[in-house]
Design a protein around this ligand. Structure first.
Ligand SMILES: C[S@@+](CC[C@H](N)C(=O)[O-])C[C@H]1O[C@@H](n2cnc3c(N)ncnc32)[C@H](O)[C@@H]1O
Length: 161
């Protein structure tokens, strides 16, 4: 199941407006999965790299995978701007997972798992993830913080009424 086209043309907006995840979350993931440069990360449905880039920036070799080319273009530009060079950007969706060679310490899916054939993904990942590794399925219900001007405006409206 790949949502070809659904996100077409949204990459620039995601890169600019999509809230990121808090540092405390990344610190916790890095500690739990021992991301000390020895294992690899796969970020499936990476979008413009909100998870990939901070985790790769810590020194973890990463693959950012997404079916939408716009997203990957924005992600690559953002990574280059931040001098994060250890990410391979791959066009593909969850249906292409089995074509990813090698094993991964950690597979992340940030605000993307719900778009996938979840059973197929979990079955495929069972053979893809290292024994001491795992999955992080992140949503923004409790993780995303108001980081953008538009979010601060909305917060201001809801607290002032
Ligand atoms: C809401 S964005 C999330 C981007 C980023 N991971 C984040 O945390 O903000 C969802 C992403 O999932 C991707 N996507 C949609 N269907 C997918 C599938 N079947 N397999 C992998 N990625 C998919 C979309 O192209 C889009 O970039």
């Amino acid at each position: 199941m790949t949502n070809g086209g659904l996100f077409a043309g949204t990459g620039a907006f995601y890169a600019r407006f999509r809230p990121g995840y808090p540092k405390v979350f990344f610190d916790d993931v890095i500690r739990r999965f021992g991301l000390d440069g020895s294992g690899r990360l796969l970020d499936l449905g990476c979008g413009t790299g909100q998870l990939t880039i901070p985790l790769a920036g810590h020194g973890t070799e990463a693959v950012g995978m997404d079916p939408e080319p716009d997203m990957l273009t924005e992600a690559a530009q953002h990574a280059a701007a931040g001098k994060v060079g250890n990410v391979t950007w791959v066009r593909g969706g969850s249906a292409d997972l089995s074509r990813q060679p090698g094993r991964f310490r950690l597979v992340t899916m940030g605000r993307s798992f719900h778009w996938m054939d979840r059973e197929q993904v979990l079955r495929t990942l069972a053979d893809t993830v290292e024994d001491r590794g795992g999955l992080v399925i992140a949503d923004d219900g409790c993780l995303a913080r108001s980081t953008t001007p538009w979010q601060h405006i909305i917060e201001g409206c809801s607290t002032s009424s």
